[in-house]
Design a protein around this ligand. Structure first.
Ligand code: ADP
Ligand code: MG
Length: 493
């Protein structure tokens, strides 16, 4: 069988080894915790940070005779996610038992979907700096999370916290379509944005709501797929990048040395910056999957799917396209703004009825710049959309200059207030009275005859004069008027 690959080898992405070029191939399995009040098959709470074993029902603890009951909201969330990934939604899917023994798995099996997942093939689009990459989604299935073993609470005993046991996860499996660490990071970033827009997973990687298993192999450009290693449970986007860089080089070194890659499961050690073996293929579990006899096949109608589709929010790709088409933003600015739905909404309320490019510029450069510096977010911003819009209006009507606007932004940031009122109260209005500006221009020209002579030869010196006038007027002179007057008086074209 020949595998038809969607992507052609791209020399820009090759890794140079001692004996020539290599291509890295990556596929990801992302576990995303479903946003829902209750667990997948029980009514226990999913709240994060509660005391150990506070969120455990008899079902989650696998008490004898307890039966799972599917949580419809989790099903709806999986369908919404499938729709957001432009994927095939399967009207019939089946829950299977994946059997293994582990202390944090009281049932002795995990309920998952194996042969017939709820969601089939879909797509995620990556806007890389110089190309658009389409990454295939192989499938999305629903499954239960396991509990957590605590080994560091007691010198001789281990404890088990079942709060997570039974929480709904979506496992989203990509095709092996990624070709660099950067693409893998972009894939995770994009998937996270889509999930957050949909409201189906909060994407908090540091709380474990999103975890990635990263499959990496290398090959000579043009050859078939190589043997892969799977790096389990990487919990930050940055670490995914680092783990891939390390793992690709490790595999290349082995192959160039005449060795071969063992298919195995590895762990990424973020402290050492390396991956290491966890178990080999021989030690791989035989999960003895079989359909869970306690659960009927999951079935719903196309009408149910259509109803969910109708209430889907605008997704990041569509929002970005709209921001570029309707507001004339650059794709780069649009990307920055749509990265979080709250930022996009904030921008739109600032831009409404105003110069959109100016609004984007103020939101991205002034506001986001400042928020980042202070470790704040849009939600905790001291300057709201109305205030930022007010500042922009004052610049547009010529009441204040761009420079004064930055001072005004600082004042609003620290003290609050309504921009127009602050400008009025503090006498920050721009001087557009030509007579007043002319007096200052004349004064500066009279005081600097040498510079005037030089400026006639070298017009770039005009900037120095503008600076002097602005300084003298404490930044309040209308810069355009200053420029025009200086040019006319010094005699520069
Ligand atoms: P399994 O279920 O047997 O673990 P899958 O075929 O489901 O394997 O693939 C698991 C993940 O590994 C998928 O994300 C897939 O894209 C990725 N993958 C498969 N083959 C390769 C390969 N040669 N190199 C890198 N990733 C791969
Ligand atoms: Mg798999």
């Amino acid at each position: 069988m020949t595998i038809v690959e969607a992507r052609k080898p791209d020399p820009k992405k090759f890794i140079k080894g001692a004996t020539g070029d290599w291509e890295v191939v990556i596929g990801m399995e992302v576990h995303a915790q479903v946003t829902s009040q209750a667990k997948l098959f029980s009514g226990a709470s999913t709240e994060f940070g509660n005391d150990p074993n506070a969120n455990v029902s008899l079902v989650d603890a696998a008490m004898p005779g307890m039966l799972p009951v599917i949580n419809e909201e989790c099903v709806a969330q999986a369908i919404r996610t499938g729709l957001g990934l432009k994927a095939q939604i399967n009207l019939k899917s089946v829950f299977d038992r994946k059997n293994y023994f582990y202390p944090d798995l009281p049932q002795g099996y995990q309920i998952s979907q194996f042969k017939q997942p709820i969601v089939g093939e879909g797509i995620i689009i990556l806007d890389m700096p110089d190309e658009r990459v389409e990454v295939g989604v192989e499938r999305l299935h629903l499954e239960q999370d396991a509990g957590k073993s605590l080994h560091d609470q007691h010198p001789t005993m281990s404890f088990v916290d079942l709060n997570r046991s039974g929480v709904a996860l979506m496992e989203i499996v990509s095709k092996p379509d990624l070709r660099s660490a950067d693409e893998a990071k972009a894939y995770l970033t994009k998937l996270r944005i889509i999930l957050r827009y949909l409201g189906t997973c909060d994407g908090n990687m540091d709380q474990g709501s999103m975890r990635a298993d990263v499959n990496v192999s290398v090959r000579r450009p043009g050859e078939g797929f190589g043997t892969r290693c799977e790096i389990k449970n990487v919990n930050s986007i940055r670490f995914v990048g680092q783990a891939i860089e390390y793992e690709a080089r490790r595999q290349i070194a082995i192959l160039e040395d005449g060795g071969s890659i063992d298919q195995e499961t590895r762990l990424y050690d973020a402290v050492k910056g390396e991956t290491r073996s966890m178990r080999s293929k021989e030690e791989a579990h035989d999960y003895r999957y079989f359909p869970d006899p306690d659960l009927l096949p999951l079935e719903f109608t196309q009408a149910y799917v259509d109803e969910l589709a109708q209430h889907l929010p605008e997704l990041p790709d569509d929002k970005k396209a709209r921001f570029v088409a309707d507001y004339g933003l650059t794709p780069y600015d649009a990307d920055v703004l749509v990265a979080e739905k709250v930022s996009a909404d904030f921008f739109e309320s600032v831009a409404k009825g105003r110069d959109a490019k100016m609004a984007a510029n103020w939101v991205i450069n002034e506001l986001f710049g400042r928020l980042n510096k202070e470790g704040l977010t849009i939600e905790t911003s001291p300057v709201n959309a109305g205030q930022l819009g007010g500042i922009i209006d004052l610049i547009k009507e010529g009441t204040i200059s761009g420079k004064i606007a930055k001072d005004l932004f600082e004042i609003i940031w620290t003290e609050g207030g309504e921009p127009a009122a602050v400008v009025e109260a503090r006498g920050m209005k721009q001087v557009t009275d030509l007579g007043a500006i002319e007096a200052v221009v004349d004064q500066i020209i009279a005081a600097n005859p040498d510079k005037v002579a030089q400026a006639k030869e070298k017009p770039t010196l005009l900037g120095w004069f503008v600076g002097q006038v602005m300084k003298e007027s404490k930044g309040k002179a209308n810069p355009q008027a200053v420029n025009d007057l200086l040019k006319a008086k010094i005699g520069i074209e």
